[in-house]
Design a protein around this ligand. Sequence first.
Ligand code: NDP
Ligand code: GDR
Length: 343
Amino acid sequence: MTKKAFITGITGQDGSYLAELLLSKGYEVHGLIRRASTFNTSRIDHLYVDPHNPDAKLFLHYGDLSDGARLTTLLAEIKPDEVYNLAAQSHVRVSFDEPEHTGDTTGVGSMRMLEAVRLAGIDTRFYQASSSEMFGATPPPQDEDTPFYPRSPYGAAKVYSYWVTKNYREAYGMFAVNGILFNHESPRRGETFVTRKITRAAARIKAGLQDELWLGNLDSVRDWGYAAEYVEGMWRMLQADEPDDFVLATGVGLTVRDFLETTFSHIGLNWQDYVKFDERYLRPTEVDALIGDASKAEQKLGWKATVDGYGLAKLMVEADLESLGFEGKPWHDKVKLASWSVA
Ligand code: NDP
Ligand code: GDR
């Protein structure tokens, strides 16, 4: 029997890698997509097969985490074996500008998904995209037993989602798990997150297209891993015998400055010649240091990261350099442009 998966956030960084992984495992994949006035499928266009084709395995459906009735109807129709709730307003700095929207999407949106599973009366396994931002001010190393102390509307919304996921597990016996993932990046990372902002700018500087890079706090420490490896961990959490919560991390911490230094020196540049400070990129409250301990995932799921922040900086700047002819679509070398039929 072909397994069916439903992914919210399929157009995002993680959603695109997860869709690839599940398709490669023979799943039929259904994704939730927001209606927008411009195409927002660039990260998954390379997976496109015309849905009229009998070999099509990937299907998109309009919907939004703010619309609980739609989520319930969709899940009742599709009856997925696995649900991955990856959709969120995922930018921490933006969550200070849009706290209410972030609470509604990143927090209450998860509850709407859980409630949709319950109301649809389907037997499905549920993955919640929880975050190391929940640990916030609690110092590293952080693992599954570390207390939460969120430092942003985003972090607080993720704490709500974490607990409501756990509550549905305990209250309704649902196979519902939290993957507590530390920062993970890739050439598909959104351009306003610091790693991609740095690697993209470095490549453009090297190519003579840009001559400065404005950044905020360079002292914060992050544990950056590779997104393509982290979606494998998500999948493994849903294949376990019992529902449980897991940290995924590399265990290696770098400052933003370290990431800058690694990126620029890898392509023969000196970052001090280009980087300028802009206080607009500071957060009202910062998360100073996140370094994860993923021993539980290694022991129980056999999952271990192999790429750390130093490796990522090199991999990402090389990808950005390669893609300069394809501004904004760096992973598009093998892509056929598609026009999705989602209605
Ligand atoms: P992205 O920002 O790349 O993708 C977010 C996705 O959510 C997009 O597909 C976006 O759609 C969708 N989305 C946003 N709002 C809504 C909404 N109201 N209804 C439906 N869909 C919506 O995030 P990532 O792929 O990096 O992260 C995936 C998840 O994991 C997020 O929940 C994030 O908070 C969490 N996380 C991420 C980490 C990381 O380091 N990447 C670490 C820990 C947790 P659209 O394309 O239309 O904008
Ligand atoms: P983060 O990622 O907040 O950790 O959340 P981000 O890349 O935005 O920031 C990391 C660190 O870099 C500092 N920084 C800057 N950040 C941005 N975006 N832009 C800048 O110009 C800049 N200058 C310095 C920040 O202050 C911060 O300390 C990510 C998201 O993917 C979340 O969804 C996810 O939950 C967490 O990772 C784990």
